[in-house]
Design a protein around this ligand. Sequence first.
Ligand code: HEC
Length: 119
Amino acid sequence: MKNCNQILKLLSVLVVVVAFTSCKKEYVPAVVGTISYEADMQPFFDSKCIKCHNGSSIPLNLQAPDSYNNLNTGGYIDVATPTNSKLYQKLSGGSMEVNSTSSLTAMTLLWIEQGALNN
Ligand code: HEC
């Protein structure tokens, strides 16, 4: 009986530990920190955009390694007034909104606010 109680105690500790660890995994943080073009923005374009934006007749090739230059030379980024950026406007309420998610669009705005670096 004593053993049984100990096992129960151990089990409840395990349940709490598992509950906390799984909460941690499911938690999707608000977009914070420095956004990396290479590690965040390009993978976003790769997964959600380049099936169309790949140098075909559709304007703006978003494939690596030219996407960064294309965004800048094409005037899609306005670092001075980030919300005026055509890239952001297309994703936020524009015709490309269906292809993004609110957190990826927020990430895009944050990247522009941080200076739209090629980092
Ligand atoms: C299913 C195909 C498709 C997907 C996926 C797609 N786009 Fe587009 N995109 C288009 C087409 C077609 C246009 C031109 C018509 C328009 O502006 O709506 C366009 C236009 C744009 C423009 C304006 C280009 C210009 O010079 O006017 C931007 C910026 C853009 N897309 C960004 C994106 C981003 C970022 C993604 C990924 C989140 C994305 N698009 C995903 C088809 C697509």
